[in-house]
Write a protein of this length. Sequence first.
Length: 165
Amino acid sequence: MRLKSRTILWGVLPILVASLCVEAASPQTKIAPSGDTILGATSPRGKAVVTIHTAIVEGDCAKACPASRVWWDWGVKQVPVVESLNVSVSGHKVVVPLSVYASMFDPVEASLRYEKGSFVLRVEGADASESYFELVYFNREEVTELRIYATEFPEHPVQITHFYY
């Protein structure tokens, strides 16, 4: 009987651990071209909620916006950009520097997870040779790091920014 209990325990334990990991992260979520996309993830220290607010810039606004300027030069007259990024952990608002989302143009998908003591927001955007992904690291108090990658060369970030408060 004791051997059977151990066998059952070892069969159930991996399933239990896997289900806890799934709840700790949000799956890849499509980002709305205009409006709010909300992601959530849990950790031992609380639940993080991220709201990505996007807007479509067009006309002279698209031409003036640094994130969409390259698209304007290519003849694209409407480009979705991240207008604001709101983050909270257990109801505590986390200040997000403008530089974290200023370069997020044509965002496509996002996910949020908790690993090694930090929440990690991943935002993927654009397509073809312009495609990128950004990793935003934060905790209950602050955004700590931003890493920007070119999707064509994902082994090394093209930019790393550390935030000090």
